[in-house]
Design a protein around this ligand. Structure first.
Ligand SMILES: *Cc1c(COP(=O)(O)O)cnc(C)c1O
Length: 358
């Protein structure tokens, strides 16, 4: 049985976006970032669609284990590493590459007995001030890491950019130069670029790029959308009309009565709400596609439903398809209307939404 609301994922689009990353950064290997259920696209099916990548990056051990359980033997990087000796033992046994960003993690590696060789990625905090060794700690961290017998030689040197989505922000230049100076003369591959940096900062591409959002065809920049960048948006969040009714001029719609009809209005009630991941902050006037045509949201988003003004569309009936994002309504546009970023919308598609890979 099909659920009313579905996240339809275009696997050809995922492949095309990966090809786009390769064409943009031809000298770099690609760690396809598929954390958070592949940004809401479905972890294992998205991983399969992206099989041409050089490796997968996930945030947590569980995500890596789910990929192995599905039979994927590719290189897998845990972007935050491990947080206990037990996790480390499992990760080593599964041949996961590990980010090493703290002295606690170093200590765990130093104390590990196992014979499997672990590939480590050493994370330098070049100014984002989130994970990673501070610049003044790098030499010690690197020396300790490379002395561990069951860690592969020449760890990949990593940093993460805080402001890469702003093409003019001097912060990125500062981070690149801090990272370059800190790691100068140290052997090992380099990895810096997320999606925005792949496109906007050629000097950041280095040996490994780590694109996430780009692979899903979504723009990492504050304006414009993926299609403008030649990307192929992969997700369509689609549902159906479940009722059509008339609202008389002067009446209000929905919780709080936040929207009032200025004319007799034909309204479609649509099966999608914040319980599916459609943001409650989306205001009246935001577009959805009903039978392929744009129509404005009216009233508040509720848990299971939204309401849409279809007065100006040809007859709309129960069962007609409604696209919340995808196709003619880019997810970037919905995010902007809702006061958030497209990352949050696609990652937030909830469990009751069925995925349909095409
Ligand atoms: C999530 C993540 C990425 C991917 O970021 P995008 O902006 O989606 O490309 C890259 N590197 C690290 C360390 C991350 O956590």
């Amino acid at each position: 049985m099909k659920t009313l609301i579905r996240a339809i994922v275009d696997t050809a689009a995922l492949r095309q976006n990966l090809a786009r990353v390769r064409a943009t950064a031809p000298a770099s290997r690609v760690m396809a970032v598929i954390k958070a259920n592949a940004y809401g696209h479905g972890l294992v099916p998205a991983a399969r669609a992206l099989a041409e990548t050089d490796g997968y990056a996930v945030a947590r051990l569980d995500e890596g284990l789910a990929l192995r359980a599905a039979g994927l033997t590719n290189r897998i990087l845990l972007l935050e590493g491990v947080f206990s000796p037990d996790q480390l033992a499992i990760a080593a046994q599964q041949r996961f590459d590990l980010m090493v960003h703290s002295f606690e993690q170093l200590q765990m590696l130093e104390g590990r007995g196992g014979s499997e060789t672990v590939s480590a990625w050493l994370k330098v905090d070049s100014g984002m001030n989130r994970l990673g060794f501070r610049i003044e700690q790098f030499a010690e961290a690197h020396q300790r890491l490379t002395r561990i017998a069951n860690v592969a030689p020449d760890p990949t040197l990593v940093t993460h950019l805080a402001n890469a989505d702003d093409r003019r922000d001097p912060k990125t230049v500062e981070q690149l130069s801090a990272f370059g100076a800190t790691t100068a003369g140290t052997p090992g591959a380099r990895s810096i670029a997320n999606s925005a940096a792949v496109l906007a900062w050629p000097e950041s591409r280095a040996d490994w790029v780590r694109p996430g959002l780009l692979l899903y065809g979504v723009s990492p920049f504050p304006s414009g959308n993926g299609a403008d960048l030649g990307l192929h948006p992969a997700m369509t969040l689609q549902t159906e009309v479940i009722a059509v009714k008339i609202v008389k001029s002067g009446e209000t719609v929905g919780y709080g009565g936040s929207w009032r009809a200025e004319r007799d209005t034909r309204m479609a009630v649509v099966a999608a709400g914040y319980g599916d991941g459609y943001p409650r902050s989306t205001p009246s006037g935001a577009p959805v596609l009903v039978n392929g045509r744009r129509a404005p949201l009216i009233g508040r988003v509720s848990m299971d439903m939204v309401t849409v003004d279809v007065t100006d569309l040809p007859a709309v009936g129960t069962g007609d398809p409604v696209v919340l994002w995808g196709g003619g309504v880019p997810v970037e546009e919905v995010a902007r209307r809702a006061g958030t970023i497209p990352y949050e919308l696609i990652c937030g598609v909830s469990q009751r939404v069925q995925h349909e890979m095409r």
